[in-house]
Design a protein around this ligand. Structure first.
Ligand SMILES: [Zn+2]
Length: 446
């Protein structure tokens, strides 16, 4: 065994080559070797023997709204990253809204980084935002290290982050493609949304009807066509409509550079079970019918959908009124993504290797962090989650680290208890206890 400060040993280590009994050697925060389970441990090294608990690479959640500064009563760097650590996530990327300011200029990026510095339990990177009026800010933001740019094709829900019409979208794609960047897109068509019945009130069926699948499908088609025409690289955020998948698969086969994510709530929660007034289930695009889950899971298995990320978008409880038309739209699930997805995955015959691919390896690749994150392999950061996959727990909002403990998962019994989380070779969370914040702020730059 090479010189190691730490060895983590488990009968089930998830590596890119599969699951096996192994000893993982770590020096100075980096994985140096993946060795046989019984490999001798150097006298100077500390051994963490995890028994039969599964050692997986720390998850990479590329879609989190931390809302800090400016709406830090909704969430915040401290609480979000504690929740992440509690959920086995070791890297998260912060969305450019709903903080004030939004991350749409390099000055705003500096403000965000100042708000985060020294307060993050896990590593944090930043997306920039593409607005109708900030095309000239995109290249400087790219050079300052944001991982890509988020744009909306329909109103975002906050006034300071307006959406792009088709012409602005094309102009933005041209600019981002010119410097080899990535545009990540909330794809719902504003005209289709406006044409849908807007009844409001407490009934989930009315809310679902107000955000129909064809609004998503139409916007996805527009984005794919423009990405193809301009040879731009795009990523579809939080895909909900299973009907859009054939279109995406065709575009990929034709060489369009598109990747896709979906979220735990689209895979595991269903419209039919949302009680009246339960706006903790409200998000956009919406959680759809149970039958819509099957194509999403199939697309994950086929690789048409690349990633599963949280789209954690909390607010204070008072904004979650009982009226689906006016309540804040966002599901709060950062801490629960891994057990929620694992519970759904195992019921459908998927293995933990699949979950690791969707929630760690692929998101790391999406944002170019796969030289450092997303796998238990030599040279990568020693970021781990230790999971008891057959243990269950019942979600009690009081046990969540989120700033606001409003959750659509309350009362559900889930498989998969995260027993500890490790960042660059240090245990940052064990059995619900946290160390002081040790996360770093990441940039796209090497
Ligand atoms: Zn989002």
């Amino acid at each position: 065994m090479p010189d190691a400060g730490l060895v983590l040993r488990s009968t089930r280590v998830i590596t890119p080559e599969g699951t096996r009994a192994a000893s993982v050697a770590v020096t100075d925060g980096t994985i140096t070797a993946v060795l046989p389970h019984g490999a001798p441990v150097p006298g100077t090294a500390r051994l963490a023997d995890l028994g039969d608990d599964v050692l997986l690479p720390g998850l990479v959640d590329t879609h989190v709204h931390v809302n800090d500064p400016g709406r830090s009563e909704w969430e915040g760097f401290r609480s979000a990253t504690r929740a992440a650590a509690a959920g086995g996530i070791t890297t998260l990327l912060d969305m450019p809204l709903n903080s004030l300011p939004p991350t749409t200029t390099t000055a705003h990026l500096r403000t965000k980084r100042r708000a985060a510095a020294g307060r993050t339990h896990v590593d944090v990177g930043f997306w920039g935002g593409a607005l109708p009026g900030n095309t000239g800010d995109l290249r400087p933001l790219h050079e300052a290290g944001v991982f890509g740019f988020k744009a909306f094709l329909s109103p975002s829900g906050v006034d300071e982050f307006p959406h792009l019409g088709p012409d602005r979208l094309a102009r933005t794609l041209e600019e981002v493609a010119a410097f080899g960047g990535l545009l990540v897109v909330h794809a719902e068509d504003p005209d289709r949304l406006a044409a849908a019945p807007q009844r409001g009130g407490p009934r989930y069926a009315d809310f679902l009807a107000s955000r129909p699948r064809d609004a998503e499908d139409t916007a996805v088609a527009l984005l794919l066509a423009q990405a193809e025409r301009l040879d731009a690289r795009v990523h579809l955020l939080h895909l909900s409509s299973g009907d859009a998948l054939p279109l995406i698969a065709r575009a990929r086969a034709d060489g369009v550079r598109v990747t896709v994510e979906t979220c735990p709530h689209y895979l595991t929660l269903a419209a039919e079970e949302v009680p009246d007034g339960a706006t903790e289930f409200k998000c956009c695009p919406p959680i759809r019918e149970a039958a819509n889950q099957d194509p999403l899971w199939r697309a994950l298995a086929d690789g048409v959908i690349d990633c599963v990320v949280s789209d954690h978008s909390p607010s204070t409880a008072d904004l979650k009124t009982a009226d689906f038309a006016t309540a804040w739209g966002g599901v709060s699930g950062l801490q629960l993504g891994l057990p929620a997805v694992w519970t759904g995955a195992r019921a459908r015959g998927h293995g933990l290797e699949d979950v690791v691919r969707w929630m760690s390896a692929r998101p790391a690749e999406l944002v170019g962090l796969d030289d450092r994150k997303g796998a238990i392999a030599p040279g990568r950061d020693a970021d781990f989650a230790v999971l008891a996959p057959d243990d269950t727990f019942t979600v009690d909002p009081a046990g969540l680290q989120h700033r606001n403990r409003v959750t659509a998962y309350a009362g559900r019994t889930l498989y998969g208890v995260v027993k500890s989380t490790w960042l660059r070779g240090r245990c940052i969370m064990a059995d619900g206890e946290f160390t002081a914040p040790r996360g770093r702020l990441l940039t796209r730059l090497p």
